[in-house]
Design a protein around this ligand. Structure first.
Ligand code: LLP
Length: 438
């Protein structure tokens, strides 16, 4: 996919860069991000919105992959940015991302985080509960400003990969429930709080979704609610945000739709439900994360030991694992992989790819068909651009890998590999412990 090919040496090449050379230059494990593909994915969304004729914002959900270089790229592509913590906010601001295009999410924003975001003059807060509405109002009052707010609504639609479930009442830590009247109360509360400027409504129905039905139902519920609010409270929402969740291909079982199909379904639904009700159609915002960066990422590992249990299974271990990709252990996620240094050779055995962490659950891929591999071969795991680097840990005190952007035969380091000194950088040894031993 993307700009990946197999070159004359039989090596996997991404963005015109030979992965064997990338290993020599940067070491492994290495996250390789295909910059051309990220930009292409971003443009699929923005182009589809331009076709719709509606005012829009496409906000990249930075939780999927948040680095300063990525924030710059998001800025260049004209997208907005969704952040959910002071760490993501700080990264964006330090990268010079325009604060007006930052949206702040989260079900437990701390006073410090809110103050930091107000000081930076971010575009809007997506308020999640009543406590937050009052906290936002109080902190904005302290600073003598008004803040823009969207209300996160729980529309009673839950989408799963291949189906969506429509529930009457949703048991969720997020948002104001539509069915039990909390959403309606939240609108009244927000309108009544003097420092809040209520811009609109937000809903997010799930992640890795392969169909449009759930988005259509969410749009319908949100619009029915907007109609009721207009009739009873004479209030008009300027923005309808339908969240993220657009699915990508990890393995051949996955059947993602083109971005334009999701966007058309969403914009058509908004047009359909709001025409004749609102004089002017609302702006439509979305928040794709995975679908912007997911399939642009490849993780390159070096193969080390193998263990063959005759008649049972062959384990092939790599120099990373659940520390750089916790998704198989957390969600039972499936991945595809190939030998990057012998990319044109045919598969000849079935192996299971193990990570190097001290627990049996640290398995990246079960039953993968590969050419017979040996220590020193390179394994490339595909579609690791989303929720891998951003969810990486230092379990077993393993340093986090480096990240490179590749494009047109050039590679640029965007995150340095962590060093052993980084690992101990925040450690302190209380004097008392030294004394006890002396
Ligand atoms: N907007 C909101 C409010 C969200 O909660 C999320 C994801 C997104 C947008 C972006 O969703 P996406 O387009 O990336 O599907 N760690 C999990 C995914 C968690 C998603 C959480 N929220 C994983 O690795 O699959």
């Amino acid at each position: 996919h993307g700009t990946s090919t197999i070159n004359a040496k039989g090596h996997l090449e991404i963005g015109g860069c030979d992965t064997v050379e990338l290993k020599e230059q940067y070491g492994t494990p290495l996250y390789i991000m295909d910059e051309t593909l990220i930009r292409a994915r971003a443009r699929e969304f923005t182009e589809a919105f331009r076709q719709s004729g509606l005012a829009f914002q496409v906000a990249f959900a930075s939780k999927a992959f948040c680095t300063m270089a990525m924030c710059r790229l998001v800025e260049e592509e004209g997208m907005s940015l969704d952040v959910v913590s002071e760490g993501e906010l700080y990264t964006a601001l330090k990268a010079g991302f325009p604060a007006q295009r930052i949206h702040f999410h989260g079900n437990n924003k701390t006073p410090d985080e809110i103050q930091m975001a107000i000081d930076a003059r971010i575009g809007c807060f997506v308020a999640d509960n009543f406590d937050e509405l009052h906290l936002l109002n109080a902190l904005a009052a302290d600073k003598g400003v008004k803040v823009n707010v969207l209300l996160r609504i729980t529309p009673g639609v839950e989408a799963h990969t291949h189906e969506y479930i429509s529930t009457g009442q949703t048991d969720s830590k997020f948002g104001f429930d539509l069915a039990n009247g909390a959403a309606y109360e939240a609108v009244k509360t927000a309108i009544g709080l003097p420092q809040l400027n209520l811009l609109g409504l937000h809903s997010h129905i799930g992640s890795q979704i392969f169909e449009v039905e759930g988005f259509k139902v969410a749009a319908e519920r949100v619009s029915e609610f907007a109609v009721k609010v207009k009739r009873e409270l004479d209030f008009i929402f300027k923005v309808i945000n339908l969240g993220g969740g657009f699915g990508i291909r990890y393995t051949e079982e996955d059947t993602p739709l083109h971005a334009s199909v999701y966007v058309k379904a969403i914009t058509d639904a908004v047009k359909h439900h709001f025409s004749g009700v609102y004089d002017q159609l609302p702006e439509v915002w979305i928040e794709p994360g995975r679908s912007i960066v997911g399939d642009a990422g490849t993780t390159l590992y070096t193969i080390g030991s193998s263990k063959d249990i005759p008649g049972v299974r062959k384990y092939v271990s790599v120099d990373g694992g659940m520390t750089d990709n916790p998704r198989p252990a957390l969600y039972d996620s499936k991945y595809e992989a190939m030998l990057a240094n012998r990319a044109s050779e045919a598969a000849s055995e079935t192996v299971s790819i193990a990570g190097k962490c001290c627990e049996s659950g640290d398995m990246l891929i079960w039953d993968l068909k590969l050419p017979e591999s040996k220590s020193g071969d390179l394994l490339a795991v595909a579609s690791t651009g989303a929720y891998n680097y951003s969810m990486a840990s230092n379990y077993n005190r393993i340093p986090r890998p480096a990240v490179v952007f590749v494009k047109d035969g050039e590679s640029h380091l965007v995150v340095k590999r962590e060093s052993l000194n980084d690992i101990i950088a925040n450690d302190l040894i209380p004097e008392r412990i030294f004394k006890q031993h002396s």
